[in-house]
Write a protein that binds this ligand. Structure first.
Ligand SMILES: Nc1ncnc2c1ncn2[C@@H]1O[C@H](COP(=O)(O)OP(=O)(O)OP(=O)(O)O)[C@@H](O)[C@H]1O
Length: 600
């Protein structure tokens, strides 16, 4: 028996097909709650199409019976009656079209509104390991671009699809019932029109993707240049950046020119083939009309139907590519939604309203990528209310320890206990409420200073005021014209580094944590601010377990415990005095900083 391995292409085609089927199912599942609206919209579409198709038939009757046949009759089957019918049919078509657009637009927007909320809620609960390997740009695209593609699918594509297919079937049906031979003659050219329109529209859409790609890169380039403008100007890199921009803009320009060319050729080319079809039809019909085998009105109706054929074909070609985009977007969004299983579940676990704050690491081994150990057999105990300082070279694993205490990652070996309970068993919401971290890179949101302190939590005004006092931020906040309601711009760029840090201290104090963590900034801060920060740390540390990743040894003068890290292991730990007497890493660091202070 001979076994053959499936080719790579077949495999990937199967995967793609499976994904597309999955996406179609998801799209249909999403629209299920809106089934009544969609059915009503289909009914409206039916009326619109019927009105569209009946109109040439009414004119054909006027031409053949009343203008050429010179019949005289009264009632509905008369010129006046048919004119009235024409008007009524067109009014019914117009009204149905309005109702259909309203129903579909509303249902589509509601559906996508909900979808966008779901996507954002998922983004907020994505675990850090997922965020580590996913660019923020991709996630933004999920919440904005991809949801817009799906909106288009529901508000435009789906209904147009139903409408156009119904219309095309109707046109062919009426053509066949009017004259088989004329239908066959018309269909000598119509396939060429169909092919041409699909081909050009497909190229337009593909080129549109390139345009979107380049405009995205241009936006990214401008955004990066604006945030890095200081560096550009300091290093006089303006010329280099301008050249890079010119290149990008040139690529975008080339794609826009292709778009202009394709759009310009579409209408004249299809018009030409339409005219050709009509010319062939007229040429074929002349002999038949003079022989009495064909009525002029029928020829008129045929020429109208040939013209009507073009619009739905162009629409379908358009929508064909839109459907592909909607499927891709659905697939991407559902990939994210299916992350549900790995999303952070902040609600389950052992409820622990208020922690005491005793932290124990027992033989902890941790790796971000499951291969390179970042923490190796780390063990320590920090008792409730103690202040512990982590020191060590860059990359030694200090911040990683904090990431673990926050429950951002899970350890591979060993265990972390808080108040004697394994951290994995504690309700994540309770853990995070009890641990406040002031990061090295302070993040302020746009809003006011108060918004940045409370972060939307229900915190009493006295607690906010106390936080301002204890964080030593009160004096500079008072000096702002609007005080605590002073606006904060994006990332707090109008505040100094020290001010940003003190506001983030106030945020930590206002949330009254049992465990306070400070990843100390390395940037130089003037001695006055340094004193303020030192005072703020002392205020916060009072009665709380405090962990400080220290770069300035002055900050940790009063620590109860110092843990020195080296290449993921604990090099030494103990009381500062003990460690100084031992003459190890801490003592060396302290001596170096003292001699540096003397020499400068
Ligand atoms: N999210 C991450 N994914 C993969 N590796 C990471 C991640 N964060 C940190 N690392 C790696 O883990 C190691 C320890 O980093 P960590 O940030 O804990 O060091 P650190 O002691 O706090 O350094 P620094 O003093 O410079 O802040 C480094 O080798 C770093 O490259």
């Amino acid at each position: 028996m001979i076994f053959t391995l499936p080719s790579k292409k077949t495999d990937s085609q199967q995967v793609e097909k499976k994904a597309a089927t999955g996406a179609v199912k998801e799209l249909l599942r999403l629209s299920k709650p809106y089934t009544p609206q969609l059915l009503l919209a289909c009914l409206c579409v039916f009326v619109v199409n019927a009105a569209f198709l009946i109109q040439p038939l009414l004119l054909q009757r006027v031409i053949d019976h009343f203008l050429i046949g010179r019949s005289v009759s009264h009632g509905l089957d008369s010129i006046g009656g048919l004119a009235l019918l024409y008007l009524t049919v067109s009014a019914a078509g117009g009204a149905s079209s309005y109702i259909q657009a309203l129903i579909v637009g509303k249902a589509g927007q509601s559906l996508v509104h909900q979808l966008r909320v779901n996507v954002f809620s998922i983004i907020q609960r994505l675990p850090l390991p997922y965020l580590d390997r996913t660019s923020s740009g991709r996630l933004i695209t999920r919440a904005t671009n991809d949801t817009s593609e799906i909106t288009e699918f529901y508000t435009d594509v789906l209904i147009t699809l139903v409408k156009d297919i119904m219309l095309l079937i109707g046109i062919v049906y009426i053509m066949l019932s009017l004259s088989l031979s004329l239908t066959l003659v018309s269909f000598t050219v119509i396939p060429v029109i169909v092919f041409l329109v699909f081909y050009i529209k497909n190229r337009i859409k593909k080129n549109f993707f390139y345009m979107k790609h380049f405009i995205g890169r241009i936006n990214g380039f401008i955004a990066e240049s604006i945030s890095g403008m200081k560096v550009i100007q300091i290093f006089r890199a303006e010329k280099e950046k301008e050249e890079q921009f010119l290149k990008l803009n040139g690529q975008y320009f080339a794609t826009t020119l292709i778009q202009v060319r394709l759009n310009s050729v579409l209408k004249p080319a299809s018009d030409m083939f339409q005219s050709l079809a009509i010319a062939i039809l007229v040429w074929y019909s002349v002999g038949k009309i003079s022989g009495g085998m064909l009525q002029i009105g029928v020829l008129y109706a045929f020429t109208t139907y040939i013209k009507q054929f073009f619009a739905p074909i162009a629409d379908l070609a358009d929508k064909y590519t839109s459907i592909q985009s909607a499927l891709v977007s659905t697939e991407r969004i559902f990939e994210l939604i299916h992350e549900e299983d790995s999303l952070e579940d902040t609600d389950s676990g052992l409820p622990m309203e208020r922690l005491n704050g005793t932290i124990e690491f027992r033989h902890v081994w941790f790796s971000y990528n499951d291969t390179d150990w970042v923490l190796k057999d780390v063990s320590f105990v920090i008792k409730k209310g103690q202040t512990a300082a982590f020191i060590g070279e860059t990359g030694a694993g200090k911040t990683t320890i904090i990431n673990l205490i926050n429950g951002f990652y899970r350890v591979q070996k060993g265990e972390i206990l808080i108040d004697g309970v394994n951290i994995n068993d504690i309700r994540l919401d309770d853990l995070r409420r009890n641990v406040s971290v002031v990061l090295q890179d302070v993040f302020l949101f746009s809003g006011t200073i108060r918004d940045n302190i409370t972060l939307g939590d229900d915190i009493a005004e006295e607690a906010v005021q106390y936080a301002l006092q204890a964080s030593c931020a009160e004096s500079f906040v008072k000096d702002f014209p609007a005080g605590i309601t002073e606006p904060v711009t994006e990332r707090g760029s109008t505040f100094s580094a020290g001010q940003r840090q003190l506001i983030s201290f106030a945020r930590a104090i206002a949330h009254n944590p049992a465990i306070f963590v400070l990843d100390e900034a390395t940037a130089n801060i003037d001695t006055h601010t340094e004193k303020l920060i030192q005072q703020a740390v002392d205020n916060i540390a009072n009665g709380r377990t405090t962990l400080i990743i220290a770069h300035r040894l002055s900050t940790i003068a009063g620590a109860d415990l110092i843990i020195a890290m080296k290449e993921g292991r604990i090099a030494e730990k103990g009381h500062p005095r003990e460690l100084f007497e031992q003459g190890g890493y801490y003592a060396k660091l302290l001596n170096e900083s003292r001699s540096h202070a003397f020499s400068s």
